[in-house]
Design a protein around this ligand. Structure first.
Ligand code: SF4
Length: 432
């Protein structure tokens, strides 16, 4: 049996571009990971993955360069500290993301819900072997527009009664046919969220052809019929008993409202880096790290610790804690490691940022190696997506790029298409 025919994806494992190598994705609820867990991931990367780690825009950590023989030991190692990768790839409910790690007031309650959803859906055979991936994201506001690109996007909408409630957006997604999600129901009490998502998942699994997302089902049957089918599912209006017990959250709402961030080029760091950051977290942020949506690592200073000193310490350790000293540019692995990649994204990002003037450097950027749009180019101020390969001389294939610009409402719009690298750089330079 070849690696391709094995059902590795549900275990969060992709076949890498380089034959004989694999990538393991670790899903973290709302991007939160303890120092102990981070140390284990770091050790796994050093032991099995050439020491290289990649932070994703969805708050996961990827370990590349694994051999097939490493995979069982890797799984055991992750499980030893309560980490799972089940459903991190393939037709399953993916990691529960949250791009609101900077919102100290609301992040703890979002983290609690993210943990609950991950525990309910990860590895649940009722919700595996779906037609394609199913993404859930929770946000404290609509500001980042990340709710628009999820199969289910939850946006905190706390009523006057103090009950946790969420606006439920559905059927969004990027990819070859980007489509913003639509508001299915406002202010759904938290006790109804799991049953409602179950109803959406059941309809998705039953009525959608293989390889298609929820957005395809919506396009096929229309919003009215989509709503009717969900409403007809018995669990769509079910309310579970309120959760009682001590809070299951690593991020405390009672310490600092500050945030300290370690920035990385293209979301790449080494196992040694992560290990050092885990030690930093033990000293400065109650032993907790958060993988942020810009492929960075965010810390909430512990009680009695101030952000300025924490930043100075991070800098002394060799990390970049100052956002204004580095262009915010999300970059996927592209054809450096990803089988779908059409371009060497890190090289493209380096060439583009090198050419930027001061105005362009202040903007947020994203570079994706194919139309799958893993870095969410349609949510950055400017996004670069590799759209296709053009035949060059002999066997040479030249990548062409589409350029997106953010809009006031909705997803970013394509403003240029089919640009070669020289034309792309010229377009970036025109921004000043
Ligand atoms: S955008 Fe494409 S090339 Fe980049 S990581 Fe995603 S699938 Fe791979």
């Amino acid at each position: 049996m070849t690696a391709e025919t094995k059902d590795f994806r549900l275990d969060g494992i992709y076949v890498q571009r380089q034959e004989g190598f694999f990538m393991q994705r670790v899903k973290l609820p709302a991007g939160v990971i303890s120092a102990q867990q981070a140390r284990t991931v770091a050790l796994a990367a050093e032991r099995f993955g050439r020491g290289s780690l990649h932070l994703t825009t969805r708050g996961s950590i990827e370990i590349h360069w694994l051999t097939e023989a490493d995979l069982p030991a890797m799984k055991t190692m992750l499980a030893s500290v309560g980490l799972t990768s089940r459903g991190a790839c393939g037709g399953a409910v993916r990691g529960i993301t949250c791009g609101s790690s900077q919102d100290s007031a609301h992040f703890p309650q979002i983290e609690i819900l993210a943990r609950r959803l991950q525990r309910h859906f990860a590895g649940n055979p009722r919700f595996e072997r779906l037609p394609k991936k199913f993404k859930i994201g929770i946000e404290s506001s609509v500001a980042g527009k990340r709710h628009l690109i999820q199969d289910v996007g939850l946006v905190l909408n706390q009523g006057e009664d103090g009950r946790n409630a969420y606006d439920v957006w559905v059927a969004g997604g990027l990819g070859r046919e980007p489509q913003p999600g639509f508001l299915l129901t406002p202010a759904v009490p938290e006790e109804r969220i799991i049953p409602l998502i179950e109803a959406i998942l059941r309809i998705y699994a039953a009525d959608t052809p293989p390889g298609k997302r929820v957005k395809h089902l919506l396009r096929t049957i229309g919003e009215e019929e989509f709503r009717r089918r969900i409403a007809a599912d018995p669990t769509s209006s079910e309310e579970l008993p309120p959760y009682k017990g001590f809070p299951e959250t690593l991020i405390s709402g009672r310490t600092s409202t500050e945030r300290v961030t370690a920035h990385f080029i293209a979301g790449n760091l080494t196992g040694k880096d992560l290990s050092a950051l885990a030690d930093f977290a033990d000293s400065w942020s109650d032993g907790v790290l958060m993988v942020g949506s810009n492929q960075d690592i965010v810390f909430q200073p512990a009680a009695g610790k101030d952000g300025q000193s924490a930043r100075a310490e991070l800098e002394w350790l060799g990390f970049q804690p100052h956002a204004d000293r580095q262009v915010t540019c999300r970059v996927c692995p592209g054809n450096h490691e990803c089988r779908a990649g059409l371009a060497a994204t890190r090289d493209i990002a380096a060439a583009v940022t090198e050419a930027m003037g001061p105005a362009a450097k202040r903007l947020t950027w994203a570079v994706s190696g194919c139309h799958n749009s893993c870095t969410q180019p349609q949510l950055a101020d400017f996004g670069i997506m590799t759209s296709r390969l053009q035949r060059g001389e002999g066997e040479q294939r030249i990548p062409l790029f589409d350029l997106f610009r953010s809009q006031v409402d909705g997803l970013g719009e394509k403003i240029e298409s089919g640009l070669g690298l020289t034309e792309l750089i010229a377009a970036v330079q025109r921004l000043g």
